[in-house]
Design a protein around this ligand. Sequence first.
Ligand SMILES: Cc1cc2nc3c(=O)[nH]c(=O)nc-3n(C[C@H](O)[C@H](O)[C@H](O)COP(=O)(O)O)c2cc1C
Length: 188
Amino acid sequence: MKLVSILGSPRKKGVTSQIARAFSTKAEEQGAQIIEYHLNTLDFKGCQGCNACKSKLDHCALKDGLTPVLEDLKTADIALFATPVYYWDVTGQFKCFMDRTWSLVKPDYQTNPDPVRLDRGKKAVLITSQGDVADKHRDVTQKYTGFLQMYGYDTHTIRACEMGMDTDERIGPFLDLAREKARELIVQ
Ligand SMILES: Cc1cc2nc3c(=O)[nH]c(=O)nc-3n(C[C@H](O)[C@H](O)[C@H](O)COP(=O)(O)O)c2cc1C
């Protein structure tokens, strides 16, 4: 199995990256091939709205740091998306990435029973972390799993709540949860 891990926090060793890595490390132990992208270190633009991906191309017209990420999503069996909540939403880096996944949607998506340029049967794990309590920001998870389901993914989520910027012992259960999720989802 091929796993592409997309890290949306600017903090390489922050809460979301640690939970994502607990998942991918366990996945690797289970035999998965891991490709990891830290969005903050990539040189890329947000969607330009040029609509080339809906008219003359079957991919994004931009050639930049996101080009291999978008291509790897096509060949990966499982995709891991990780972002902290920033201002009641995902990080800016993650939002720019999501906008570019518009290039995965086919021009006739409204009528086509196969509306995206991804094979069926893929799994996605969305990991979010936030400072606030669990009752807050459920809509962020709902919104982005909604997009992923529209792309045909079988979605799984991990929400790490009440996480400060300084990692403490409260992260432990979420690391365990991520490892457990990898054991469940990685089948060779
Ligand atoms: C710019 C900024 C905006 C934030 N906005 C929110 C927010 O709206 N709601 C919330 O619960 N936490 C918010 N947080 C806290 C982070 O989501 C939380 O500390 C998270 O665990 C950090 O993840 P990281 O360690 O992976 O960077 C914000 C943090 C920053 C730096």
